[in-house]
Design a protein. Structure first.
Length: 75
């Protein structure tokens, strides 16, 4: 099972991938899980593309992939 983790931005947020799931952990340890099947472009993306994300006011934006995911509790 491949695991990829990246930390970006000022806010302490952790984005992790397994083969089938995207995990997003925000300050305080609150974790949300999303099936990658919901995001086919993200599911087939390279590790480099998965690392290239930006924290937005409402969630995460993957720059090269054009994917936005709203995450509750970010701000």
């Amino acid at each position: 099972m491949a695991i990829f983790t990246s930390r970006k931005q000022k806010k302490d947020i952790k984005v992790s991938f397994t083969n089938d799931i995207l995990y997003v952990e925000v300050d305080g340890g609150k974790q949300q899980a999303f099936p990658l099947a919901w995001f086919p472009a993200l599911q087939g993306a390279s590790d480099e593309d998965k690392q290239d994300w930006t924290l937005t006011g409402s969630g995460i934006h993957w720059n090269k992939l054009g994917i936005d995911i709203a995450i509750s509790g970010l701000r």
